[in-house]
Ligand binder design. Sequence first.
Ligand SMILES: [Zn+2]
Length: 228
Amino acid sequence: MIRDELSQAGLHLIIKRKKVKHINLHFDNSNILQISVPISTTEQRIDEALQIKRDWIFKCQKILLEKDSRVKIKPDIFILMGEEYQIEYDPTLINSCKFDYINKKVINSFKIVSDSQRAHIYKIYAKEYLIPLTFQYAQRMGFKINKVSIRGQKTLWGTCSHSGNISLNWKLILTPEFVIDYLIYHELLHTRHHNHGKIYKKELRQLYPRTDEAELWLKQHSQLLKLY
Ligand SMILES: [Zn+2]
């Protein structure tokens, strides 16, 4: 079904019956597709029109998503959970960094922060923040997990093995808090279901009601995974 395919791609359809002669499609933004149709148009006719325009729809969506996900990261700031942190240099620290959460500062030992040093700092923060948070959620919701590690995959936000080992991408800390929470719940639930089947999806929405919103956010910001 074309409508299922569109919805799986994160597209919401808005159908407007109007006094128009032809079916017209246009994007409101990367996730809303509006269709104006003559008042008497059948649902089947709308499906046919969507099917004919399928390639055009996905092409437009791709262009819009790329526009949305252009990440602007300035050289003198860090973005941690959607918040900007200023970078400060402290030569007494050796190959490490400290986070001042109150004043929103990252104090680090590198005078000039290169991409690899930046990634290094992000990883330290990710370990400090994501690992205890995952154990905390696991305990709260009764999931048995073994180990949590931080990795830097280019294509995955996280994984969960059959033996309950969870890995999370450090780039997650560049995303807002509700997306981080979503991904942790997503991986925790994989300790019970090792697939993305219907039961899994239903339980995930119950476990984390902002699932759809978070999945859309991740889809729109997939470029973040390719950073560094
Ligand atoms: Zn999954």
